[in-house]
Design a protein around this ligand. Structure first.
Ligand SMILES: [Cu+2]
Length: 121
């Protein structure tokens, strides 16, 4: 292989790499809703989450104090929420209505009232 051939291969590789970067940029620009939810004894903020049917969403959780859980049984999704970390749940609501969520990790007396509602329209 002469030097010119090697150089052409190199340039073709660089062009393919550039295309991959451009594709990633386009994907990154696809708008996707991210909703931040903060848990603390014994409450989720916001306690009411409004979503659109068939529109993907990422729920992003943090806790201000102890280990919590987030459970949305109607969509069969749950996550632990650990102090100092961010938990993420990505899903697409495929039905409309009002759906309760709750903390499913016992976090003290008052845990029972850690509930909220997802409203899908
Ligand atoms: Cu709890």
């Amino acid at each position: 292989m002469d030097i010119h051939h090697k150089r052409r291969l190199l340039l073709a590789g660089a062009a393919a790499g550039g295309l991959a970067v451009a594709t990633r940029l386009v994907l990154a620009q696809t708008p996707e809703r991210v909703i931040k939810i903060v848990a603390k004894k014994f409450d989720f903020t916001p306690g009411e989450i409004r979503l659109k049917k068939n529109q993907p969403v990422t729920l992003e959780f943090t806790t201000l104090d102890v280990v919590m859980g987030f459970n949305l049984p109607d969509f069969a999704i749950r996550t632990d929420i650990l102090p100092g970390a961010t938990s993420r749940l990505r899903f697409t609501p495929d039905k409309s209505g009002e759906f309760p969520f709750h903390c499913d990790v016992f976090c003290g007396s008052g845990h029972e009232s850690m509930t909220g509602t997802v409203i899908v329209t």
